[in-house]
Write a new protein. Structure first.
Lengths: 342, 308, 331
């Protein structure tokens, strides 16, 4: 187990997903195409932000990295090894190298166990501490790393605030010294004043320990703040990737542009001036996605051949890729349209 | 930096005091004590256990102390429950029989618990074909009337204390399997179980460490209710002559023996019957109270109240 | 100025339990005028939802409610339960966070939309149906003639929330109360719903009380903002007051805690600790234990009054902290 845990240098690819498909079959009806051809890689020491609305497949992609869902197509690689077909037993060792922080901190901790016991679990499972004393001191160390007092190990989850519980969730994810931490909406259930604490904590830990994050969120501002690179998902696909500057300043895909224009900002002046690009209708069903470009049914700039050609991600500028036949051009058109309609 | 940034140390720690709450166990205990029927039920059960353990030591007469001179005496101060057709003291026999009843109840429910919980846990946790096969077997057992099944088992294995316990255990196992499976199905979907999977915990560990403790509440309730039914079943089997064999006393057998004397010696049937009635009632009342206290919906309401 | 649609004065809500009295809402005042939007902002446990429930006579059992509430000038406290219910049904529409729980899963949406009108306006049969179609059309549901007979599960989340809004508007209410109405929705859907409410408000002149934790939403839709914390109003003013010159350290810290678009600061300004639990409120200023200004003994023991610092801008603090530095005692 430990021999697989090879040293990886900064910038190396920690995890890679190639043409990942995750389809869920509910009884005998057509499968739900939760993830439908996603490729991405996460490099050592970076935060890759995965942003999208509900049903975009962003969480399922995260789960696939721990093999918490099985791929129905494509490959999942962690530390250069193809883990797609690993056995049940072997997958358990994968879950030391990739760990996870969940959205709802209250639900993700066993109410019957002390938080210390929850943090100890990975230590026991992966045999990382020889004795009871070693475990106890490691738990104390982990608690202090996440800004809690060591004596809180004896508390039960219901005796803690939401922010404290999420800190415990982070401590548990750190316990196995993972190569990658999947953060699945880690701040979405927290109060606004606590969200900033958790984001600062995550950034601080990353600097201190050189951690690698996959930060999954629907909160565009949080993703911009946290990420070194961003991937935008829509209906099981990545539609745009790039640095936060590229994505947020110059979105190339019409969906990204619409998403950004829909986010309300805490500035009444700007809100009065703003021209939203309002999308019409709803996200189509992932059971039967539209032909060609998946976004065309809601795209204000869709053309005829959008229905026939499935656009691939291509580079619009170095490091910035979008899956739209009319990238950039379509966005400009939409902005002009939004500016004229009051 | 603005004035209200306290710097990294303060921002990155959270030592604020969460709410210290009374532990669950204390809460359950307090709630049970303030429920008067449940409190009475618990006192009765405690007395029964003492009597069951010390039975022949504290009984005023020997169980099989025959005294033909004093046969069929109505209750008096020296024989508060009267005497039977052989002049044996009914009170002493009821007291000693308590041990048998409680033991049959405990052992058979223990068997049912062990078998039922194991099967229900495996079926509920793995689901799919395992679940289908196991639960259909349980359905078959469940489809027989309880007593008929017990009688069939006794008929195969021959009457006696051990067979009675096995028979009752087999009969009640499916109930535990069902209760367990239903609870496992809901616990399995909880995020904390997924979190345990995500750190690499094995199935066995997850079932032992996360699933079982979280389904304890419904199982405790089911156990106390089943104890009542098991005692009733033992009485019924003994009444039919398929359980405890004379001259060992048992409530069901005593009831059976007393049926011929209903007209002349009502005390022969009344007191063992009353013993069964009171015991079953006590287990039921305590079980119901436990259900109210341990009800997960109640728990979540409590939590909601705390949070709001 | 016109008469307020809803005004509350010194409203308080408390619960007694074995662990003492929890003052969930404490001395809250505000009013909302026709065509205006009041946003009530707060974190969990701030009492923002309870304020509105109590104001409309919907507080849960066991709640002790004090203060005066006037709906269209009439004192709700002086009414009987039946009158209160009638006034509420006729003049107030509600939209809650989760559209699925506000809708009956086994009843066609059309009937649900006009159910209140049947009771309060005596609408029946074909009239009710055509009114339902009209309402669904008004909230932007495509082909309402067909959709009127559909069940809630046949709608998407955003469409369901539109149905709930149609339901709330069925009796042409003067007041719409939206409690975290877009919190469960995606941003693009949220944008649609916000736009819808704005345009309906313009057309119908409805007053809106919008309860939310999302400052972004507030900036876009509100005229007035009340910031609540620990059951009290800490700051109350126009949107420009609150976002342009926030006077309370809490409001300022809350605004600073959000990542700013385009600014990738290393560290976000944070508020330490967590919001207080109602029955464990500190004795003085509710925000004192977490306050970055950290006044003095007075803050710890004495509750600051809500003082007017500019016309229509009230702040509950001894130490107003402007954007840079700390201003010494004002009062």
């Amino acid at each position: 187990m430990t021999t697989e845990h090879g040293a990886v240098k900064t910038g190396d690819v920690v995890a890679r997903v190639e043409d990942l498909h995750v389809h869920f079959s509910v009884s005998r009806s057509a499968p739900v195409r939760a993830v439908d051809g996603v490729s991405l890689e996460v490099r050592r020491g970076e935060t890759l932000g995965l942003v999208g609305e509900s049903g975009s497949g962003k969480s399922t992609t995260g789960l696939a990295l721990l093999r918490l869902v099985d791929a129905t197509g494509g490959r999942v690689e962690v530390g250069g090894q193809d883990v797609t077909d690993w056995s049940r037993r072997r997958v358990r060792s994968l879950r030391r190298r990739v760990s996870m922080v969940f959205q709802d901190p209250a639900a993700s901790l066993d109410p019957r166990l002390t938080v210390g016991a929850s943090i100890t679990e990975p230590l026991i499972v992966h045999d990382l501490a020889a004795s009871r004393d070693a475990r106890r001191s490691r738990v104390a160390e982990l608690l202090e790393m996440v800004g809690l007092r060591a004596d809180m190990a004896d508390r039960r989850p219901h005796e803690m605030s939401g922010g404290q519980k999420q800190r415990v969730g982070i401590a548990r994810a750190l316990a196995g010294e993972p190569d990658l931490i999947v953060l699945d909406e880690p701040i979405a259930s927290l109060d606004l004043s606590v969200q900033a604490q958790i984001m600062n904590l995550l950034r601080g830990l990353q600097e201190q320990l050189g951690l690698t994050y996959l930060f999954i969120s629907h909160d565009l501002a949080a993703v911009e703040h946290m990420s070194d690179r961003v991937a935008v998902m829509y209906l099981g696909r990545i539609v745009e990737t790039g640095t936060p500057e590229q994505i947020y300043r110059n979105p190339a895909h019409p969906y990204t542009a619409a998403l950004l224009s829909a986010v309300p900002t805490a500035d009444p002046e700007a809100e009065r001036r703003r021209r939203r690009i309002t999308l019409h209708g709803d996200v189509p069903s992932p059971v039967n996605p539209p032909s060609g470009c998946r976004f065309r049914t809601r795209c204000p700039a869709a053309r005829d051949n959008c229905a026939t050609t499935d656009p691939e991600l291509y580079e619009v500028e170095p490091g910035h890729r979008a899956a739209c036949l009319y990238a950039v051009e379509a966005v400009e058109e939409m902005r002009a349209g939004a500016a004229t309609t009051p | 930096m603005s004035s209200h940034d306290l710097g990294p140390t303060a921002a990155e720690t959270d030592h604020s005091h969460g709410e210290p709450l009374p532990a669950d166990r204390n809460r359950v205990w307090t709630a049970l004590r303030s429920n008067i029927p449940a409190a009475v039920g618990m006192v009765i059960l405690a007395v029964l256990v003492v009597v069951g353990v010390l039975g022949d030591l504290i009984a005023p007469y020997g169980v099989n102390e025959v005294n033909v001179d004093q046969m069929l005496q109505a209750p008096t101060w020296s024989h508060p429950f009267g005497t039977d057709e052989l002049g044996r003291d009914v009170l002493s026999r009821v007291m000693v029989a308590a041990r048998v009843s409680l033991m049959v109840g405990a052992v058979s429910v223990g068997l049912a618990l062990l078998a039922g919980v194991t099967l229900g846990l495996v079926a509920g946790y793995y689901g799919g074909i395992v679940d289908n096969v196991l639960m259909r077997c349980m359905d078959v057992l469940f489809a027989f009337p309880v007593l008929l099944l017990a009688v069939a088992i006794v008929a195969v294995l021959g009457p006696g204390l051990v067979t009675a316990m096995v028979a009752i255990g087999v009969v009640y196992a499916p109930i535990f399997a069902r209760v367990t499976r239903a609870s496992v199905l809901s616990v399995r979907e909880q995020v904390f179980v997924q979190a345990a999977v995500s750190v690499g915990a094995s199935d066995g560990r997850i079932m032992r460490r996360h699933v079982l403790p979280n389904i304890a509440a419904p199982l405790i309730v089911q156990t106390s209710l089943s104890l009542a039914f098991a005692i009733l079943s033992e009485a019924a089997l003994s009444f039919l002559g398929l359980g405890i064999q004379p001259p060992k006393p048992s409530w069901g057998r005593m009831l059976y023996d007393g049926r011929g004397f209903v007209q002349d010696a009502w005390w022969l049937g009344l007191f063992p019957g009353l013993a069964i009635f009171v015991t079953v009632l006590a287990f039921n009342v305590v079980g119901d109270a436990l259900r109210d206290v341990l009800d997960p919906r109640q728990l979540s309401q409590d939590e909601a109240r705390r949070a709001s | 100025m016109s008469e307020p649609v809803l005004s509350i004065e010194n409203l308080s809500v408390s619960f007694s339990s074995r662990r003492g009295v929890a003052r969930v809402v404490d001395g809250v005042d505000w009013e909302v005028h026709p065509g205006q939007t009041l946003a009530v902002v707060g974190e969990s446990g701030s009492g923002k939802s309870m304020t509105v429930l109590a104001a409309t006579g919907l507080s849960p059992r066991g709640a002790k409610v004090g203060g005066t509430v006037r709906l269209r000038g009439e004192d709700l406290g002086a009414m009987s339960e039946v009158e209160r219910r009638r006034a509420r049904g006729r003049h107030v529409g509600f939209v809650y966070q989760d559209p699925m729980t506000s809708l009956n899963p086994v009843m066609p949406v059309g009937r649900q939309v006009t159910e209140a009108s049947e009771e309060h306006l005596g609408l029946r049969g074909d009239d009710a149906r055509s009114r339902a179609v009209e309402l669904l059309d008004m909230v932007g549901i495509p082909s309402p003639e067909q959709r009127v007979d559909n069940y809630p599960h046949q709608f998407s989340g955003g469409m369901r929330q539109r149905v709930v809004i149609a339901m709330a508007l069925a009796n042409d209410p003067e007041l719409l109360i939206a409690d975290e109405a877009t919190t469960a929705l995606d941003v693009t859907t949220q944008a649609q719903i916000l736009e819808l409410v704005e345009s309906l408000q313009e057309r119908l002149g409805t007053a809106v009380v919008w309860i939310t934790h999302d400052l972004g939403v507030v900036a876009g839709i509100a005229d007035q903002v009340a910031v609540m914390y620990g059951g009290r109003i800490l700051e109350h003013g126009t949107v420009d007051h609150i976002f342009g010159s926030p006077g309370h350290p809490y409001t300022q810290a809350l605004l600073a805690a959000r990542p700013q678009p385009g600014v990738r600061a290393d560290r976000l300004a944070t508020i330490p600790g967590a919001p207080p639990v109602p029955h464990q409120l500190p004795p003085g200023c509710a925000f004192y234990p977490r306050c970055p200004v950290r006044g003095d003994e007075r803050c710890r023991t004495e509750e600051p009054p809500l003082t007017e610092i500019a016309p229509g801008h009230r702040v509950r603090t001894f130490y107003r902290a402007p954007h840079s530095g700390i201003e010494r005692p004002a009062s």
